[in-house]
Design a protein around this ligand. Structure first.
Ligand SMILES: [Zn+2]
Ligand SMILES: [Zn+2]
Length: 129
């Protein structure tokens, strides 16, 4: 059975009229990313590689004309303990903070969080006691 929901033309038509947040394809891993997911209101990054695209001026408005790829560069821990992703646009260099989504890949999140520890800028074994 072919479900009308999956007709790409119909989806685009509907999206243009009243749904600003449509599913999108990650340019890096080529997977379809759903925007309706637990833990975020404005899903804008891929749950697998955590990359995003520069589409918003403010969260969810889709008003930016940049469209550059946004690299996840850090994890920021909010005062309430919630993790947030820091993205930097490869095109215009703007830096944005985005909520971690409920289905983000834990390995990708952990490796991003551990990156400064894994690559210290000084020799750790020669630190004074
Ligand atoms: Zn991806
Ligand atoms: Zn940009």
């Amino acid at each position: 059975m072919v479900c009308a929901e999956w007709d790409p033309l119909k989806r685009r038509e509907r999206g243009r009229r009243r749904r600003p947040e449509q599913d999108f394809f990650c340019r890096r891993c080529r997977i379809q990313v759903g925007t309706q997911v637990f833990g975020t209101e404005h899903r804008n990054h891929c749950p697998r590689c955590l990359w995003s695209r520069h589409l918003d001026e403010r969260p969810g408005d889709r008003r930016s004309s940049c469209g550059g790829g946004m690299e996840p560069i850090a994890i920021w821990v909010r005062p309430d303990g919630e993790w947030a992703l820091v993205h930097r646009c490869g095109t215009c260099k703007v830096v944005r903070v985005n909520r971690v989504a409920g289905d983000d890949n834990e390995h990708a999140l952990m490796s991003l969080a551990a990156r400064p520890i894994a690559l210290p800028p000084f020799p750790v074994d020669r630190l004074p006691d």
